[in-house]
Design a protein around this ligand. Structure first.
Ligand SMILES: [Zn+2]
Length: 201
């Protein structure tokens, strides 16, 4: 959750962890999403890391199955499969930076990101090479899981504050995973839409 999500439905800003005193910061609040059914509370530490490492193979399979629909937006305001993959690559890489900051700093704080940061980053996604996108996503996901694994779950309560919102390492891992899983669903649905109405486009 290093960026505001203008592209994912069903997420309430009120659900974001924003504790004040230290004691509150120890409360574990998991990432949940009604839209895709994600529940970070169902994943133990090992399963969370394993799921992050499984992201790239899932993206690779989905992207290679997209065929002619790879760069086609299924609907107005919905990204193509390639654009979602590139977004997921960037979100994962952003969380690598966030987790590394939280693990190495003393409760670091950063100014809030610009509201249009997601859209600004998305410029040019449609022209990217899909193989390079998935390779970079894989690299970022492995780095994310590796950094968290090396530091160990005992350190996952360490946090990073961006703007007003503090998130600990565990929550950043959950959020990064959720963002990607959520968009895997979006891509599958988009490809179904494109293939379900071949005569209408
Ligand atoms: Zn979701």
């Amino acid at each position: 959750m290093l960026l505001r999500e203008s592209d994912g439905p069903g997420k309430s800003r009120q659900e974001r962890l924003n504790p004040g005193p230290d004691i509150v910061a120890k409360v574990i609040e998991h990432e949940r999403c009604e839209a895709c059914g994600f529940d970070g509370g169902r994943l133990d530490d090992a399963a969370l890391l394993e799921a992050i490492r499984e992201l790239a193979p899932q993206w690779r399979a989905l992207i290679s199955s997209a065929g002619d629909e790879l760069r086609v937006r299924p609907d107005e305001g919905v990204w193509s499969a390639l654009e979602y993959a590139a977004h997921s690559r960037d979100i994962t890489a952003l969380h690598v930076a966030g987790v590394e900051l939280a693990l190495t700093g003393e409760e670091p704080t950063l100014p809030p990101f610009a509201d249009d940061a997601v859209d600004a980053a998305a410029v040019g996604y449609a022209e990217l090479d899909p193989g390079e996108v998935v390779d970079a996503l894989e690299d970022a996901a492995n780095r994310l899981a590796g950094a968290a694994e090396t530091a160990g779950p005992d350190t996952w309560t360490r946090g990073l504050t961006i703007g007003e919102a503090r998130n600990d390492v565990r929550r950043m891992l959950e959020h990064s995973l959720h963002d990607s899983v959520h968009h895997l669903d979006d891509v599958e649905r988009g490809l179904d839409t494109l293939r379900g109405s071949p005569g209408e486009n």
